[in-house]
Structure formats: structure tokens, C-alpha cells
Design a protein around this ligand. Structure first.
Ligand SMILES: [Zn+2]
Length: 355
């Protein structure tokens, strides 16, 4: 009996009991798109902001290992960090975490597009639209969820779904893809289409996880680029990889990697589009880190990562930002998350929207 126990103990891996593994078989990878040659100091006409919800540097590198040492995101030439504390907490939630880059103000956790005093703040998307650019919004969760909501709505509480939903038709956003059809009546959807909004809500609530939803995110990205680029004045598009956060809250390593790879495929769609449209600025960042992920081992040639989550909540580390294309040069450095708003605003092609 004792010998059997000893043999069993020896057979255990050296990794801590809590480490988990993800392999290329669990999370099928892809070839990155060749990085187009882009003038980093030119003025952009199109601005694309991509937010990986909860996507810390560790989540990116975990996916990079599983994809055998290559990703679209990690090719982007300009890098920096974004500090994420909110007005109320050292560790932000997604509402304050999106309000900061969207509106340039620190919000109390849970507040949608409001400053710390509860005053409504205008998002970069609505500002771009007011100046004559076309706008788009893509998410893989409910479109009334905190991150996308901060770009078109204001609310004291992120759970006020009906109040948030009611503000979408007024926004006039040209292209919308996400989940959350249950918050809208059929007449409201028809009214939005009558106003010229190209809106498809592809699920009742959140969409299924990456492993089950096919190429919805890369496809919506392609469609948005095709549709929005019809406006010669330019466009502002926000694309969220919403469920990286969901998977990391669950401490589900395989699903986390699948979500990052799905988001990275959407980045690849943007990069291939940018080959024909070098007057485009791409900024990829996150609102906060989720799960306190750390990488403990693995094999890049085999496409495997061994990693450990240290919390079921968000963590307080600064998150990475990656930029490419026209005007990307100014994003290098360590920023407060509110400062990203000012940088994006300076990049807007319309002088009226920059003020
Ligand atoms: Zn979260």
C-alpha cells in the first residue's frame, strides 16, 4: 500500500496542483496576417479601438504559446501600458474600465459613461459621429453590457439594462453586432433599421463562448470595415472581445485561450484590411486584467501553456496596449486609462471633434 502511494506521488507533475494546461488541440490556432507597412506618424482617417475585456499581458502570452509563438496582436509595433484604477477602487470593474478610454474620465465602479460626480461624459464614438464620421460597435456579449454601453449610453448602474438599451436607437451607430436581443422589442429593432442602422443582435443574451460561436467576431469585423469605409470622411469602430473576461472569471484556461485567439483573428482581419487602407489607426488594449493569470510552464514548439489563475475576480495590474498604423507612434508609453481618450481624440480626422 505504502509503495503504491509513493509511486502515485512520484507520478504527479512537478507543477503546483492548481496549474492547468491548454494545448493547440484544445484551442486551434491560426497563421497571423503579415503586418502591413504603415506610416506611424501620418494622420489617420479611420480609427479602430479593440478591447479585450479582462485581457492582461499574461492572457496574450498564454495564447501566443498555444499558437506556437505567433499572434497578430504581438506583431503590432507600438506598445505601452494603461493604468486601470477607477474613481472608487484600486481594481476597476468593466463599467469604469471602459468609461475611462471611451470618455476620458474616471468613473465610480458600476457607472456607465459618467464622471466621479455622476455627470454624463461624451464618448469618443459619439463625438466622432457628431463630427461626421461613421461609427460601429461589435461585442460578443450582450450589447447592453458595460463595455459597449459606455460608448453610447449613460447610467448610474450597469445593471439598468432597459435604460441602457433605450439609448441605442438614439445613438445612430451605423453598424452594430452583438448579443442581447431580449432587451429590444421587434419594433425598436425595425425603427433602428429604418433610421439606417445596420444592426443584428445574434443572441438573446450573451453569445455562446468562442469554442461554440464559429467565426462571428472576425466575420462581423470584416462586415463592419466594408460597410463603414463607404463614408469618405472616415469612421470610428470599437470591437470588443467580450468573453475573455468571462472565461478568466471562471478560471477556465482553455476557454480563455480560445477567446484570445478568436479576438486575435479579428485583429488579423483588421490588419489585412489595413494593407489596402494605410490611413487607419489600430489600438488594441484591455479595460483590466481578469483572473490574476500567471504562466508557469509549457512548450512553444508543442503549442502548450501551463498556467494558474490566482483569483476569480479582476486584478490590479496595468494592462498592455498595442498600436499600429497612422498616428500609432503617439501611443507608446505608460498612460492612465483616461489619457487614451485624449490620444484617440487628437487622432480624429475632424478638427471639430478634437476640441
Ligand atoms: Zn470582469
Amino acid at each position: 500500500m505504502k509503495t503504491l502511494l509513493l509511486l502515485l506521488l512520484l507520478a504527479l507533475p512537478i507543477l503546483p496542483a492548481t496549474a492547468d494546461s491548454c494545448t493547440a488541440a484544445d484551442a486551434p490556432g491560426h497563421e497571423p496576417t503579415a503586418l502591413p507597412k504603415l506610416p506611424a506618424d501620418a494622420a489617420p482617417r479611420h480609427i479602430i479601438l479593440m478591447i479585450g475585456d479582462g485581457m492582461g499581458a499574461e492572457h496574450v502570452w498564454a495564447a501566443w504559446m498555444v499558437n506556437r509563438g505567433k499572434l497578430n496582436i504581438t506583431q503590432l509595433p507600438v506598445i505601452g501600458f494603461s493604468r486601470t484604477p477607477s474613481a472608487s477602487h484600486a481594481i476597476t470593474d468593466s463599467a469604469a474600465g471602459a468609461t475611462a478610454p471611451a470618455c476620458g474620465v474616471k468613473a465610480v465602479n458600476g457607472h456607465i459613461a459618467q464622471d466621479s460626480e455622476g455627470r454624463a461624459a461624451e464618448s469618443i464614438l459619439l463625438r466622432a459621429q457628431r463630427a461626421g464620421l461613421s461609427t460601429g460597435l461589435i461585442a460578443t456579449k450582450d450589447i447592453t453590457d458595460a463595455t459597449p454601453a459606455c460608448f453610447y449610453a449613460h447610467a448610474d448602474d450597469r445593471r439598468q439594462k432597459a435604460l441602457i438599451a433605450a439609448q441605442l436607437p438614439e445613438s445612430g451607430i451605423a453598424f452594430v453586432r452583438g448579443g442581447g436581443s431580449k432587451h429590444f422589442r421587434e419594433e425598436q429593432l425595425q425603427e433602428m433599421r429604418r433610421r439606417g442602422m445596420d444592426i443584428e443582435l445574434l443572441s438573446d443574451g450573451d453569445m455562446p463562448p468562442a469554442g461554440q460561436r464559429g467565426d462571428v467576431l472576425p466575420k462581423a469585423t470584416r462586415e463592419a470595415l466594408e460597410r463603414l469605409s463607404r463614408n469618405p470622411q472616415g469612421f470610428f469602430l470599437m470591437i470588443e472581445g467580450s468573453q475573455i473576461d468571462v472565461a478568466a472569471h471562471r478560471n477556465d484556461l482553455r476557454e480563455t485561450v480560445r477567446e484570445v485567439l478568436d479576438f486575435d483573428r479579428a485583429v488579423g482581419e483588421v490588419l489585412s484590411w489595413m494593407q489596402q487602407h494605410p490611413d487607419t489607426l489600430l489600438l488594441v488594449t484591455a479595460d483590466h486584467q481578469t483572473g490574476g493569470l500567471s504562466i508557469l510552464g509549457g512548450s512553444i514548439p508543442e503549442g502548450r501553456v501551463d498556467a494558474h489563475f490566482s483569483t476569480g475576480s479582476h486584478s490590479g495590474v496595468a494592462v498592455p496596449l498595442y498600436a499600429a498604423g497612422a498616428g500609432a507612434a503617439r501611443f507608446g508609453g505608460i498612460w492612465d486609462n483616461t489619457e487614451l481618450h485624449g490620444l484617440l481624440r487628437k487622432a480624429l480626422p475632424m478638427p471639430a471633434a478634437q476640441e
